[in-house]
Write a protein that binds this ligand. Structure first.
Ligand SMILES: [Cu+2]
Length: 153
């Protein structure tokens, strides 16, 4: 008798628990890649990271057809575009962090020539929590506008 009562109560308890523990996960959106005008020169990747309920840190971006990808901090000094490599990028909780032209970006060195405008490049994003996302990033040419819906046009 007692056992049956517990069995009845348990599903409700689990449901309530589930609701309260609803944690928003970090997400990577609107990723895209712009190739260099000069073959063999590095390409740049842009994307938007939406922080989850728990702070995290972007530590690596990688892709199979790319030899090396560095995170770069972009800025301006004396009217000139500048950039420098950064080891990681903190993603505070509930904060949107944008990597966009003129600002922070990922720099793609040694891009396989088969990566051409119109294809999608599978970019892998690794976070300090070991969470990893793979996002299909549309590739555009150097003079092309940013892809529709990328937030950069
Ligand atoms: Cu750069």
């Amino acid at each position: 008798m007692r056992r049956a009562a517990i069995a009845l109560v348990l599903p409700f308890a689990l449901a309530a628990c589930h609701k309260e523990a609803k944690v928003r996960q970090i997400s990577v959106e609107k990723a895209w890649v712009r190739l260099s005008a000069v073959p063999g020169r590095p390409a740049a990747a842009y994307f938007t990271i939406k922080g989850g309920s728990i702070p995290d840190t972007l530590v690596q971006v990688s892709a199979n057809p790319v030899a090396t990808i560095e995170l770069h901090e972009g800025g301006k000094m004396d009217g000139m575009m500048t950039m420098k490599p950064i080891a990681s990028v903190p993603i505070p909780a509930d904060t949107t962090v944008r990597f966009e032209p003129g600002g922070n970006h990922a720099m793609l060195f040694g891009v396989d020539p088969k990566v051409q405008p119109g294809v999608k490049l599978a970019l892998s994003f690794k976070f300090a929590t070991l969470r990893t996302f793979v996002v299909a990033a549309p590739v555009v040419g150097a003079a092309d506008p940013a892809p529709e819906g990328s937030g950069a046009n």
